[in-house]
Design a protein around this ligand. Sequence first.
Ligand code: ACM
Length: 265
Amino acid sequence: MRIAVGQMEPSVTDVDANLSKVKSLLKEAEGNQVDVLVLPELCNSGYVFENLEEAESTAEDIPSGIFSKELLTWSRKDRLVVAGICEQTPEGLYNSAAAFAHGTHSITYRKIHLFLNERDWFLAGNEEPPVIEFMNAKFGVMICFDWAFPEMARILTLKGAHVILHPANLVLPYCQQAMVTRSIENSVYTATANRIGTERGIEFSGNSQITNTIGTRLATLSEEEVGIAFIDIDPQEADNKCITKRNHVIHDRRPDVYTRLTKSD
Ligand code: ACM
């Protein structure tokens, strides 16, 4: 199975420009026979809004919006694509990741850990992160700042994810390294698709990456590159959770001692 991360520089509020940037990543992925593609967080809208009206002006319904339709069309040829979308719903906006597989909309995950000013325009999701089945493998989805909460990758692993798909607009410099750790502690692949550029004074770090189950970076893009990076993987390698001959990262857990984790303070 060939998996890719796409890296781009969205322009804040310029939906038409963003659509053409996304189309060119879809084309590059198609030309390279990619089966599974991850695109950055909020790739339809840009990130640094100045007010709610700006965010609303870019948002779309999933799956009837123009980005959703484009992604759905790309997925028709037995492909899976997950992309970050500024989502309009009757109750308000969400920072969402939508997955399209085999020409249908399969899931929408609404980011539960909002970063900085995201709280001013987005509602927080309240659902556990989802897993999608595709080509006999399972793909978990989380968004950007979810990286800072290791519970997210663990929940996805416990739900059977072989690969964690991770649309991002990374600001803090720690995530790429943290995702290496998420891979190792869960024995899963991860694919982080980040954006590049500086938007209204906020710098994004690029360096999109795909890691394997022991934290090796299999494919990377630089801080400034636009385009895709891809690699062929065997997702079933993530079924092996043995970190030594006698240690299993799931079976060796001690939830009886972890009761504090389910309390909120
Ligand atoms: C982030 O969650 N976009 C930093």
